[in-house]
Design a protein around this ligand. Sequence first.
Ligand code: SF4
Ligand code: SF4
Length: 661
Amino acid sequence: METRGLWWNIHDFPHYREIFYTLFYISVLFFIYGFYLKIKNWSRGKLKNNFNNIPNRLKNMFEKSFFHKGWEKYKVLRLAHGLVFFGFFALWIGTDILTVQDKMPVYFFRGLFYKVYSLAMDLSGILMLFGLLIFTYIRYIQKPKRLDNYQNDWFQLVYLALFVIIGFLIEGLRQSATNQIEPYAPLGALIAGGFQGLSYDMQKSIHLTLWWLHSLQTFSFIALIPFTKFNHIFIAPVNLFFADSEPKGKLTTPFNLVEILEMENPPEDFAQSVSGIEDFSWKDLMDLDACTACGRCHEVCPATNSEKPLSPKQVILDLKQIMYGKPLQKSVVSDLISPETLWSCTSCNACVESCPVGINQLSKIIDLRRTLIHENKAPNNLLNTLKNIRSRSNPWGQPPEDREKWTEGLDVPMIDATGEFEYLYWIGCAGAYDSRNQNISKTMVKLLKKASVKFVILGKKEKCTGDTARRAGDEGLFQELAIENIEVFKSKNIKKIITHCPHCFNTFKNEYPEFGLKDVEIIHHTEILWDLIKAGKLNMTREISEEITYHDSCYLGRHNGQYNTSRNILNKIPGLKYTEMKNSRERGTCCGGGGAQLWYEAPGKQINVMRLNEIKDSGAKAAATACPFCTIMLETARTLDKSTEPPKVQDISELVARAIL
Ligand code: SF4
Ligand code: SF4
């Protein structure tokens, strides 16, 4: 019956078992010590509860690490990683089977089991080599910009390739020397043919040398895992397991004013800032170790792509350097990461969405922005914007009494002058003060009236939601506004809110509940429009014979997973030819206006111009939007565009109105 001796040709080596297992246990000790150091490092961070909802965490971990969910854009890379991952996994299991057989009194390593085992090991090795070849091609021939090719990347590839190649040579030498050619281990059998010209003794001595080399390589691999990029084999799935499970659009809450106001002896300085690595949470620190420098976040970041001084990948790698002891004179922000880097972020979440190992780059950037605000180090126009929000409840600094000026001449139902109502239509600062968006608010009012929706607006009682303040790092201002707005909602018994702006939508839906907004349904304006269309209350009968694309708002799409509603509406408009842009949905390019960037833009190219060019590249003659910030940014880009007829920008509600009114 087919089998082979587990220690064939090694028996004669003095104390082979003792040496083998001693080296193995030493390597395991290095492995444990290495991960102990890592865990010790992570535990320097602040407490954070990422232990809830275990089934979902397991699902996320398995889907993303084993099944490569989220790698759809990187088809070749996914194939290569899959081949190396599963090939390596199978070889690892195969080695474990040998160890088990060595310790077991019952001999099962023979017959059909042995044949299947040999075939599986051969195929795994071949597939793994093939995957490594693809990796090498991508990294050293294709050379995508997102990869830096440092960190001894070549070492990992060569190390793994040698691992497999030496394994095959050992296999071939054994088959040749024992004259037991095994067709069920085809590559081993093929290699065996190459050794047949050598003498038996020569084959045995080469086999013995390579066998020990292979063993040493295995043990050094185990020992090196925690200290090299190989550690992602373990850290990546664990980091995915502990990934933040809160809504994507919700930022962290470093303190809670509602709770502080209820304290008998509130602390004097509760505004925590991040000046050292210990000020991050333990999960933030684990993130730093989980980064494989794959550069996907770098590739999708609109700030990086517009040559602004920010690369989310570099932020993570810089923080990692600090975690591993890069000495700081003052603080993280002053020494390694420049304020300009932090102010370049649009909070679009593309980096978080693209990261294969569950890292949250955005939350770290916002944490560091909070430090800058705490130290009063924001750029002047941003400080002015925050001052405007604080003193006039809107970022433009317009008089609060002008908030309802756009309603003049329109019969818009005001909350205090209307009896029964179902919805509060939340206009938002842009809809109330920006002339382009005022027209959109008017259009939306007409549509709601046409569909006989019972709604009111707050008029002068409306205040900024605080989205801009929070993303600029002014947590205190955000929470003050949240508390004030929630108080108004409660006093007016508001149960359903239609927001025009996705930023307001996100803030109410995902961030206000922590400050007391409960049992209130938050609806984006595209959602109610689609519901009214489906219910036959808005009948779009007039043709719009235009080719139109849709620009995804980051705060509707990536932050809240709403990609289809606007597209459904557009596809329902008679005559409209819908065109999808290359960068759309999860990979949609930001307009450049989020994260307080509407009022401050770091040096570099203009992101809105970049996005307008993508709209032009799609061939569409117009782009539909669902966000006032996007509308402002793209309209501004149109004014800068040199072409005779840049694509038009229209809110979804305007297109619906054109098809009806
Ligand atoms: S949130 Fe967007 S702009 Fe900010 S670092 Fe990530 S990808 Fe870049
Ligand atoms: S943060 Fe994530 S996406 Fe960015 S380089 Fe690191 S592993 Fe890749």
